[in-house]
Design a protein around this ligand. Sequence first.
Ligand SMILES: [Zn+2]
Length: 180
Amino acid sequence: MAIAPDQQRKRFGRGEVLQQAPPAPATSLSSCLDRLKRDWRQKGSIAGLWQEWPRLAGPQLAPHCQPLSFRQGILVIGASHPQWRQALLYNRPQLLAALRAAGHEVKDLRIQQHHPKDTPKPESEASIWARHPSRIDVHGMASCDSCGSPAPAGEMALWGKCGFCRSKQLAGPAQPQINV
Ligand SMILES: [Zn+2]
């Protein structure tokens, strides 16, 4: 059975996921593609499973369940929703048979809940800035309802006042005026 090199393996919850292999130096694109195709066809690898997954799992299950790891014959499949986990459990014998028929040496199938959305990628500074309320070039200008000063329309839409009035508001209630 093929085992991915350590730098391609990444801990992911209780299992692990495969990452893209680092590019081999001075290798032509066509030989890279040939190697990729060969790896895909390789039985007993999760890469091979991924490629065949839509056919093996079927059009209903495949979009909602995905192979997470395949080690020592134990295939871990993640289901996106409890309902799909149930469906997968129900179809487990057929899926196991289909996997074995396709030449994958699967000894056991483990099915677990898997939320790809649980691990969102941190948003880049560039994309935060791209829609920042203070961007006049994106949102245009308006005037602040509170102080009447020209203010970025994005700030007005978000806070109902300009950024300056908002920071005053956040700083706490104004001190009561004491007249002597
Ligand atoms: Zn203002």
